[in-house]
Design a protein around this ligand. Structure first.
Ligand SMILES: Nc1ncnc2c1ncn2[C@@H]1O[C@H](COP(=O)(O)OP(=O)(O)OP(=O)(O)O)[C@@H](O)[C@H]1O
Length: 121
């Protein structure tokens, strides 16, 4: 294994993340939502297992947004013109993000509602 090449791959990955933060409004929204969730989780007090679920949900959302942004760029590279398959590819990737986002909201509700209802009621 070449250590320099290995280290360079981290730089490339960090560049990709930096680029998506700069260029994708959706990614910045998820970043803000993640900060709010972490603050809410810290204030509520979660078990280690609940924290693991929250961390997996947050990082999974970032990951799928990165894959979505990557698919969008590949599609634009392959066909700058309008094409039904380009639309399908982008809409499918966006659909994957939406499905995972719905999943994270459900997971959040399952974790937080019983704790908050104990505080509110
Ligand atoms: N080359 C294309 N051919 C056909 N439909 C496209 C193409 N590019 C985007 N679309 C469709 O147009 C709609 C809006 O796409 P738009 O370009 O605004 O956003 P995006 O490319 O999906 O994301 P972003 O705004 O972040 O670049 C979506 O339904 C998308 O699938």
């Amino acid at each position: 294994m070449n250590p320099r090449k290995f280290f360079r791959s981290f730089i490339y990955a960090a560049n990709g993340i930096y680029h998506v933060v700069k260029s994708e409004q959706n990614f910045r929204f998820h970043l803000l939502a993640a900060i709010v969730v972490v603050i809410a989780a810290a204030a509520t007090g979660l078990s280690a297992f609940e924290w693991i679920i929250i961390v997996i949900s947050i990082f999974g959302m970032f990951m799928i947004e990165l894959v979505n942004a990557s698919i969008e760029r590949v599609v634009d590279l392959v066909t700058p013109e309008l094409h039904p398959l380009a639309k399908q590819a982008k809409d499918l990737a966006a659909g994957a993000c939406l499905i995972y986002a719905i999943c994270t909201v459900i997971v959040g509700l399952i974790i937080f509602i019983p704790k908050w209802s104990g505080i509110i009621l």
